[in-house]
Ligand binder design. Structure first.
Ligand SMILES: Cc1cc2nc3c(=O)[nH]c(=O)nc-3n(C[C@H](O)[C@H](O)[C@H](O)COP(=O)(O)OP(=O)(O)OC[C@H]3O[C@@H](n4cnc5c(N)ncnc54)[C@H](O)[C@@H]3O)c2cc1C
Length: 338
């Protein structure tokens, strides 16, 4: 059976590998000039640069970890995040470490105001009071312990030679058409061919129900001889950017100059990338209409964050590929379905 995989992010690449290993004929179509989707990185001036924002791998799913470990070794990087707040620079998520930095314990409401309110308003472009409870109600804390890592998952680390190398290994032997027109795959699809679609679901259906809203990002980069004291510093304040980070931290490099990036959230429109689905307001209502069309669409599997209009961490995208491709694979993959 022939499969056209549309998009070579972690969803499309994992799908392509699973299908090729199962003996299917696979071809990948990718509009960008490189594979890897938003996980893509590249070495510039001795620094591994995360072109589409910092990507830190973590999972509790052993099957996902073992699958990706076929294509890369891992560093022992453990991610930590600081936040600039009205009470100074503190460690997040809130833990006993944070409490000691502040000098006293905070209530959930105080944590929400200090760490989440202004950050979320910038992130979503909506006043705090208008954000849904699903966002404003979440206050992850570790009041009981001193664990100041950002992720607590069993498996975490960064690909030892970078994400680009991991993707190159994953796609070994699979034909990839780079820099194609978004509709190129349609011209090559023959009757009976299957499609694994990882692009925007509204694009697949020619926006018949209107465009889906997304949040985008603008990256402001600066080469600097001065390293940031922490990998990522969230800006829980009125500054227009949400976070600042130093790329050299993620790979443990010690270049003479590092790349420091400020991330500015903005609405998605033609000319910028769709990064985050907007899981409230019109977004979910419009998506339900596309989802109904997708359910009735024969021969296409909708996979990944753009085609399922959901925020997925990398491990969740791979787990989703395991789960959705199960009918085409000889062996049952045992993993959670995100
Ligand atoms: C700023 C940011 C930081 C993140 N940090 C983390 C992190 O630290 N840890 C983590 O686990 N996850 C992180 N994520 C989530 C991670 O990026 C996603 O899990 C991952 O990108 C999902 O991969 P995907 O393949 O579904 O989508 P994408 O990576 O978006 O890949 C989709 C690909 O399809 C291509 N495409 C789209 N339409 C077409 C078309 N019509 N024809 C051909 N090609 C097409 C696109 O060019 C793209 O290459 C982060 C996300 C963002 C936005």
């Amino acid at each position: 059976m022939k499969f056209h995989v549309v998009g070579s992010g972690i969803s499309g690449s994992a799908a392509a590998r699973l299908l090729a290993d199962a003996g299917h004929h696979v071809e990948i179509w990718e509009t960008r000039s490189q594979t890897g989707g938003n996980c893509h990185d590249e070495r510039i001036n001795g620094v591994t640069v995360h072109r589409y924002g910092p990507h830190l791998f973590h999972t509790n799913d052993r099957a996902v970890w073992e699958f990706l470990s076929r294509f890369t070794a891992w560093t022992d990087y453990r991610h930590k995040v600081m936040a600039d707040t009205a009470l100074g620079r503190i460690s997040i998520p809130y833990s006993k470490v944070t409490e000691r930095q502040i000098g006293h314990a905070l209530t959930d409401e105080e944590i929400r105001d200090l760490i989440f309110a202004e950050y979320s308003e910038k992130q979503w472009g909506v006043p705090w009071k208008e954000l849904p409870a699903a966002i404003t109600g979440r206050v992850p804390t570790r009041r009981d312990n001193d664990d100041d890592r950002y992720f607590t998952d069993e498996f975490q680390g960064q690909p030892a030679c970078g994400y680009a190398a991991m993707f190159s290994n994953m796609l070994d032997g699979i034909p990839v058409r780079l820099g194609v027109n978004p509709d190129e795959w349609r011209r090559h699809r023959k009757p009976g061919d299957r499609v694994i679609y990882t692009g925007k679901i509204d694009d697949y259906f020619d926006c018949v129900h209107g465009p889906l809203p997304y949040r985008s990002l603008r990256f402001e980069h600066e080469w600097s001889p001065d390293r940031l004291p922490h990998p990522v510093i969230n800006q829980c304040n009125r500054l227009p950017y949400t976070r600042i980070y130093d790329h050299a931290w993620f790979s443990g490099e010690t270049p003479p100059h590092t790349l420091v990036t400020r991330e500015y959230p903005l609405a998605h429109e033609a000319g910028n990338d769709p990064y985050y689905p907007v899981p409230f307001g019109d977004g979910m209502a419009i998506y339900q209409k596309y989802r109904a069309l997708a359910t009735a669409e024969m021969g296409t599997v909708f996979l990944g964050r753009l085609a399922t209009y959901s925020y997925l961490d990398m491990w969740m995208a791979v787990a989703q590929a395991f789960s959705k491709l199960r009918p085409f694979l000889p062996m049952q993959q045992t993993t959670k379905n995100p």
